[in-house]
Ligand binder design. Structure first.
Ligand SMILES: Nc1nc2c(ncn2[C@@H]2O[C@H](COP(=O)(O)OP(=O)(O)OP(=O)(O)O)[C@@H](O)[C@H]2O)c(=O)[nH]1
Ligand SMILES: [Mg+2]
Length: 243
């Protein structure tokens, strides 16, 4: 149990952080340490697609035998590679009431986990951490991103689906049972090797049928390692638009 800045008691044992990693040995171990330190009792599942075992080994060392930290070396288990499939597997294998998905590179401030957890505990089905500013990206990437977000918003509106303030956010929390039900009934609409799982999820939810809220934050600079965003991910997004 912990009392957050709003004076609310939050039991972090009810939460699993899902961390997808692809060669994040510089940042992911540090982030796991920060999360374990700040959110006592929280569970962490690392879904690791890395080409070698370095990321997993370094996290294992930091976690030093804690039963609350699970590391899945996806290649060894012959799981489908990709960010979205990693997140799906992480949420579906969470043993807790809620999951919170975040990047492992410190661009998602771990302090915001407290706000997301509190809102989930208040009864929201989905809590989206929405980027109110992006510091590091060059102008061309901001323009491409904004254009694609508009297009995604248009698709959701046209289909009468649920919207939020940042449909491409990779930082969000969900009630695990709720996610599992939606996924079970609509699995074909999720692009497994894609990058935008929140958008795929929203495509499957009727507008106004759930409790959803936004938590604004500032998208930070990478704490190390290198970006995995690229043409392959953009192609997967186009597939998401038509799936
Ligand atoms: N398991 C898994 N994780 C991935 C994969 N691709 C990216 N990730 C992780 O997903 C998170 C987001 O990837 P980034 O490359 O940081 O993408 P981004 O934040 O949109 O782009 P930047 O702003 O350039 O960093 C990071 O924790 C990555 O390690 C993948 O194929 N599999
Ligand atoms: Mg990043």
């Amino acid at each position: 149990m912990a009392i957050d800045i709003h004076g609310k008691v939050v039991d972090y044992k009810k939460f699993t952080i899902v961390l997808p990693t692809l060669n994040e040995e510089e940042t992911a171990p540090r982030l796991v340490h920060k999360l374990m330190d700040r959110y006592k009792g929280i569970h962490i599942i690392v879904e690791d697609d890395s080409s070698d075992a370095t990321t997993a080994e370094k996290i294992r060392k930091i976690a030093s035998g804690s039963k609350s930290v699970k590391i899945v070396r996806r290649r060894e288990m012959q799981k489908i590679k990709g960010l979205s499939s990693s997140v799906i597997d992480g949420i579906l294998s969470s043993d807790t009431e809620y999951s919170i998905v975040m990047d492992a590179d410190f661009q998602h401030p771990y302090e915001k986990v407290a706000d997301i957890a509190r809102k989930l505990d208040e009864g929201y089905n989905i809590v989206v951490a929405n980027r109110k500013e992006v510091k590091e990206w060059p102008l061309y990437r901001k323009i491409i991103s904004l254009t694609l977000i508009r297009l995604a918003d248009f698709i959701l509106t046209a289909e009468g689906r649920q919207r939020c303030d940042d449909v491409f956010s990779g930082f969000f929390g969900v009630r695990c049972n709720f996610f599992a039900n939606i996924y079970r009934n609509n699995s074909k609409r999720f692009v497994k090797n894609g990058f935008k799982i929140l958008f795929d999820l929203l495509k499957c939810i009727d507008k106004g049928s759930i409790k959803i809220c936004n938590v604004p934050y500032s998208f930070g600079t990478r704490g190390g390692g290198s970006s995995k965003a690229g043409v392959k991910q953009a192609m997967a997004l186009l597939k998401s638009f038509i799936t």
